[in-house]
Write a protein that binds this ligand. Structure first.
Ligand code: F6R
Length: 602
């Protein structure tokens, strides 16, 4: 949610910042802006709309400089327009600020400054940071920033420049992510790794209320008492290829196609010796009498699949809670609870909040995270990483698939430790897991039919995803994918539950996507299919079983797969279906309206 980048070095900051903003655009795309220092003044260009609009404006702006900051916005306070775009300047234009987060006490600060005669130029909460910094500036930017940080309430990642100190770029964060990248050709701040990947893989992850002071050839860190902090840079293993489209029309399609490799890598990293295996082996699962999985959106839906697998294999009861609900419901967790936290970004505000709440109540937290070094990865008691690499499309696909396989392996290992499955059964299940990448490839080799079916579904007003057991669990993800990128209303429903009310919505032409990968439940879900067909629905049947097609029922047959792990295959069909519906509607698939990846506000 909002992306920020800053650069200080010997090169022109403008193209570096614009390129970085493009790589951060998934975090918000309501408006964008840039400020660079040159010859005693800031050159500032801000535009409503996408980075492309900003880039077009920059062509005629003639701004350049070796120190600069940029921002891409997901609007919270104040409509998306040029004035509300970042960077924000103090009224004397001596301090420029980019901000990601929400300043909760901005009204009080704004009122206080206005009483002193300060004039504001925007409706944003963020502008108060620039104005307050300028107000408190007394020849030492770090002291001004410390004073301001002591006043601000809420969350922030800030990049700050000052006309009187043009040799430094300053950064500070609280409850929002900020990394510092170091290279021989200059130093960077950014919300996320892809923004600076072309320049460096050496990064520092700032902790809350730590200050970074960057010069063109050095970076220093301080705490709020102005004391120096010593820290070591980490080296990121993500590659540039992972953050580029590589010839695909959209990141989402590229990321769907990457899934066999991502699944394979995640399996390898989790079964072989290394950090993931250590994290799993270190947990004494017999200590817990309860497991809670908490996450948001797709990550939570991976958790719902995980619940079915855990309960079946481990015979332990598992609750799944949206993180936004968990943290405010006075959750029943204690030191006998294992709380599994799932997150691609590792920075989702609700998930971080839920994890902290669980820890406060004595629970042990186990995180499944994609972004190395992210807040959740650092704060959880145990962390296992998915190997999805950078996921750029707003709609999650490959990270979701990696979360699924990690949850499967976790369930198998816990079941083994608890003595619920013997070594032979364990080996059989691991063989099934190891076969998933090849089976996922097979699904991806036959996309023509899905494309054709999706093209004929673009006028659907409402789509129902039904299934039973894990097929029901994966329906949630299918439904979310369709909603978020195609803007078609959809619902996930337990097949057997339709008849208790929702079947009233089934009428001529409604599309029902029925998933059937649990052989013992085939007859049951097929009865539900007949019930909806007899009321006029047409059905896309995604199944491991041969089923006769007719003018109302179309079959997408999946390779044989262990039913517990079948969501890894059925979800690929659901992702492709949504993708091709949206593509046929000509929508902006990678950046769907109103959304942003990495939701760092509540
Ligand atoms: C949907 C999607 C979101 C995220 C959710 C959690 O396609 O991507 O629902 O899954 O915002 O994000 P992370 O996993 O970063 O915590």
């Amino acid at each position: 949610m909002c992306g920020i980048i800053g650069y200080i070095g010997e090169a022109d900051a403008v193209p570096i910042i614009v390129e970085g903003l493009k790589r951060l655009e998934y975090r918000g795309y309501d408006s964008a802006g840039i400020a660079v220092y040159n010859s005693g003044a800031f050159g500032v260009v801000k535009r409503k709309g996408r980075i492309a609009e900003l880039e077009a404006s920059l062509e005629n702006a003639n701004i350049f400089g070796k120190l600069g900051i940029g921002h891409t916005r997901w609007a919270t306070h104040g409509e998306p327009n040029d004035a509300n775009s970042h960077p924000h300047l103090g009224e004397k234009s001596r301090i420029a600020v980019v901000h990601n987060g929400i300043i909760e006490n901005y009204k009080e600060i704004k009122g206080w400054l206005q009483e002193k005669g300060v004039k504001f130029a925007s409706q944003t909460d963020s502008e108060v940071v620039a104005q307050l910094c300028e107000h408190h500036y007394d020849g030492d930017l770090m002291q001004a920033v410390i004073k301001v940080a002591n006043i601000l309430e809420g969350s922030y990642a800030l990049g700050i420049m000052c006309l009187d100190e043009p040799d430094i770029l300053m950064a500070i964060k609280k409850d929002n992510p900020l990394i510092v990248g170091i290279s021989d050709d200059g130093n960077f701040i950014a919300s996320d790794v892809p923004a600076i990947l072309p320049h460096t893989t050496k990064v520092h992850y700032l902790n809350d209320k730590e200050i970074a002071i960057l010069t063109k050839d050095d970076v220093k860190f301080y705490n709020m008492d102005s004391e120096t902090i010593h820290r070591e840079a980490e080296t990121i293993t993500w590659t540039m290829e992972g953050a580029e489209k590589g010839g695909y029309p959209h990141f989402m399609l590229k990321e769907i196609m990457e899934q066999p490799r991502v699944i394979k890598e995640t399996i390898k990293n989790t079964l072989m010796d290394g950090a993931n295996k250590n994290a799993i082996d270190s947990l004494d699962i017999s200590h817990f009498n309860k497991v809670v999985i908490t996450a948001c959106g797709s990550a939570c839906y991976a958790g719902i699949v995980g619940k079915y697998v855990f309960e079946r294999l481990c015979r332990i009861s598992v609750e799944v809670e949206f993180a936004s609900e968990f943290r405010y419901k006075d959750p029943i967790v204690d030191d006998k609870t294992l709380v599994i936290v799932v997150s691609q970004s590792g920075e989702t505000a609700d998930t971080i909040g839920a994890m902290r709440e669980a820890k406060k109540r004595g629970a042990t937290t186990f995180a499944i995270v994609n972004a190395v070094g992210s807040t959740i990865a650092r704060e959880a008691d145990f962390t296992a990483y998915t190997a999805a690499g950078p996921e750029i499309a707003v709609a999650s696909t490959k990270a979701f698939s990696a979360q699924l396989v990690l949850l499967y392996i976790l369930a198998i290992r816990f079941a083994q430790k608890l003595g619920k499955i013997d070594d032979i059964k364990t080996a059989e299940l691991i063989d099934e897991i190891n076969a998933l990448p090849e089976k996922a490839t097979q699904v991806l080799e036959h996309t023509d039919y899905i494309q054709k079916y999706a093209a004929g579904s673009i006028n659907s007003k409402s789509v129902f995803f039904i299934g039973r057991n894990v097929d029901y669990a994966i329906s949630f993800e299918g439904s979310l994918k369709l909603k978020e990128i195609s803007y078609i209303h959809s619902e996930a429903y337990a097949g057997g539950e339709l008849k208790h009310g929702t079947i009233a919505l089934i009428e001529e032409g409604v599309l029902v996507v029925a998933i059937s990968c649990c052989p013992s439940l085939y007859g049951k879900i097929f009865s539900n299919v007949e019930q909806v067909i007899s009321r006029g629905a047409r059905v896309l049947f995604v199944s491991t079983e041969d089923t006769k097609e007719d003018d109302k029922l179309s079959l997408i047959k999946l390779p044989p797969v262990h039913e517990l792990f079948s969501p890894s295959l059925s979800v690929i069909v659901l992702q492709l279906f949504s993708y091709y519906v949206a593509a046929n509607k000509g929508l902006d698939i990678d950046k769907p309206r109103n959304l942003a990846k990495s939701v760092t506000v509540e």
